[in-house]
Design a protein around this ligand. Structure first.
Ligand code: FAD
Ligand code: N01
Length: 543
């Protein structure tokens, strides 16, 4: 919502501007303040939290255990905060982020209700000018885009939505008021992580729930539970070592280890495979796809894990026809972010839940009374759209970003995103992207990736200030080599086979590019550190 311009029309100048007050922007502010830089955060919401501010839908919670999905930069904070559950729910994560904002006195340098609509680089002055929807302008030498990878929700554009007589909501921009599903007929459109988390919770209250599924997804049980005090104590006693293991791991968190992880799924007999998959399934969470070392690179190996989950779906869901509809067959398991659920498949055993296959009978539009498919009309009181995001590039491209000589990012990225390290873009000096495309970001425990980027960027800025560097810019050659490396790593895996948001397949017309770096957060961290140790190799520095 646009805010009235503040009284002063003068352009305000800072050393650094950060866009976004989620986990990335808050930590970035903390680090730049410590360098003594005048820093302002611009945030479109009226509060901190980013993802955890916006996604308040029923059932929203993290899919990485809370002991790992939390900041590691402050040992005091780590000891002070105690999570109530293995996987905390949205409200508790938001409370934590608010606690962090207060504890480090961050709010005084955040301007809320402030949506940035353009960011233009001025070559002569070597600074960025950011303009807001309300018409204000802010200038700074450094511009840090902490916009998040999943902060541009897809707006539902089903024909007829404007005439719908009931209420409608989207998971990625959930209202702050409680939504009462009791006694209501509800439709959920979409079965990605957001749909899969919300469906079991909505089903408990709704008179009837219709789930509109176009593509089934793989989901594994979370086995969520209250936090175990003994485990919390064990982790807190050695938190520094625990975090260090996360930082150097492949995905930013540790999965249960077994000797089979060093083997191919095809090297062992089927009984061993079953045993391994069962152990991981019963443990809950992402561990399943780490059972063997080739599940992400060998289709045949991957099929053994997929078949294991297919069997679980057939076992849990009583109606065989519904079970078959819920079985994902169009992509290798793990090549879309695995969903981590509580009672998802079992929800389809409820009398008040119906699965509608909109692959077979697509949604034609919304009527005043509900949803019409090519086969039928479903009368409902509430529509919930869990239809995902314009991921990774969307938040950046929704801003008119112009670099050196006025070049537009929208033009430069017309064929897909190109970055150096996922942190910088050739032609856009002194601009940094936290968890940008070309970095591990969405394939990891994101808070680990966020902290690594924020620390790398703040150390870079410290270096630039100490060496009186006016301008830092990724070279085209370094960027090209990085893009090739990211592509090559991706091609060695099964990821590109899925029509996922990792490749932009969920947005019509978006160039198909596998966007994240798949080499692992530990390896990536070393690559970034080497660049810095070599005096920012691959960047041109101008004094
Ligand atoms: P965000 O939290 O997205 O914050 C970006 C901020 O920038 C937002 O507040 C937004 O309002 C603001 N912004 C964007 N554009 C503008 C603009 N033009 N002007 C002003 N402000 C702007 N990751 C995990 O690792 N584990 C999880 O369990 C997990 N769960 C998730 C659950 C959901 C429902 C979703 C959607 C994502 C989840 N993620 C998870 C990914 C999650 O996005 C990251 O873990 C993390 O919260 C991102 O933090 P961020 O600060 O980088 O981005
Ligand atoms: O979005 P999605 P999401 N008609 O893109 C369907 C993170 N996250 O918000 O596959 C009918 O995955 C679409 O169908 P299809 C996590 O990284 C984490 O659920 O395009 N259906 C799909 O089923 C996650 O990956 C958690 O055929 C339509 C669904 O909508 C990412 O955010 C929780 C449609 C979108 O699924 C995104 O998840 C939530 C249409 N016109 C999110 N358009 C945790 O668990 C789209 N769909 C921590």
């Amino acid at each position: 919502m646009a805010r009235e311009p503040r009284e002063t029309s003068a352009v305000q100048t800072f050393d650094a501007l950060i866009v976004g007050a989620g986990l990335s922007g808050l930590y970035m502010l903390h680090r730049l303040r410590a360098l003594g830089l005048s820093t302002l955060v611009l945030e479109q919401a009226d509060g901190v939290g980013g993802t955890w501010y916006w996604n308040r839908y029923p059932g929203a919670r993290c899919d990485i255990e809370s002991l790992d999905y939390s900041y590691s930069f402050s040992p005091e904070l780590e000891q002070e905060w105690t999570w109530s559950q293995r996987y905390a729910e949205q409200a508790e994560i938001l409370e934590y982020i608010n606690y962090v904002a207060d504890r480090f006195d961050l709010r005084r340098d955040i301007l809320f209700n402030t949506r940035v609509v353009s960011a233009h680089y001025n070559d002569a002055a070597a600074h960025w000018t950011l303009a807001t929807e309300a018409g204000e302008q802010f200038v700074a030498k450094y511009c840090i885009m902490a916009l998040g990878c999943l902060s541009a929700p897809q707006t539902p554009n089903f024909p007829g939505l404007e005439q719908f007589r009931g209420e409608w909501y989207q998971t990625g921009a959930w209202p702050h008021h409680p939504v009462d599903f009791r006694g209501k007929r509800v439709a959920v459109v979409g079965t990605g992580s957001s749909g899969i988390q919300s469906i079991p919770v909505i089903a408990r209250d709704a008179e009837h729930l219709y789930v509109f599924q176009r593509t089934p997804n793989f989901s594994v049980p979370a086995h969520n539970r209250p936090a175990d005090p003994a485990e919390v104590q064990r982790v807190k006693a050695h938190y520094a070592q625990h975090r260090e293991r996360n930082r150097t791991s492949h995905s930013g968190f540790l999965v249960p280890r077994s000797p089979n992880m060093e083997r191919s799924a095809l090297e062992v007999d089927s009984a061993t495979r079953e045993q391994e998959y069962w152990w991981r399934w019963n443990n809950g969470g992402f561990g399943l796809t780490s059972a063997f070392n080739d599940l992400y690179s060998n289709l045949e190996a991957n099929a053994t894990a997929a078949a294991f989950v297919h069997d679980r779906i057939r076992e849990i869901v009583r109606d065989p026809q519904v079970a078959e509809l819920l079985i994902p067959r169009d992509h290798p398991i793990g090549t879309k972010r695995l969903c981590v659920d509580t009672d998802y498949y079992a929800t389809y055993n409820r009398e008040n839940v119906s699965l509608v296959n909109v692959r077979a009978t697509p949604i034609v539009g919304i009527t005043p009374a509900g949803i019409r498919t090519t086969a039928a009309e479903y009368a409902v009181d509430i529509l919930v759209f869990a239809i995902g995001f314009d991921a990774m590039t969307g938040p950046l491209l929704r801003i008119d970003i112009r670099g050196s000589g006025g070049i537009a990012l929208r033009d430069v990225w017309a064929g897909g995103p190109r970055t150096y390290l996922g942190i910088a873009i050739a032609g856009f000096p002194n601009m940094f992207t936290i968890t940008g495309p070309g970095s591990p970001s969405v394939l990891s425990n994101m808070i680990i990736s966020i902290e690594q980027h924020v620390e790398w960027v703040s150390e870079c800025i410290e270096y630039l200030e100490e060496h009186q560097v006016r301008k830092i810019e990724a070279t085209v050659a370094a960027q090209d080599a990085w893009v090739d490396r990211v592509n090559q790593l991706g091609e060695e895996t099964l990821y590109p086979l899925a029509n996922s948001w990792y490749v932009g397949a969920n947005i019509p017309g978006k160039p198909r590019v596998f966007m994240p770096y798949v080499g692992g957060v530990g390896t990536y961290r070393e690559e970034c550190a080497t660049v810095a140790e070599q005096g920012y190799a691959g960047f041109a520095l101008t004094t």
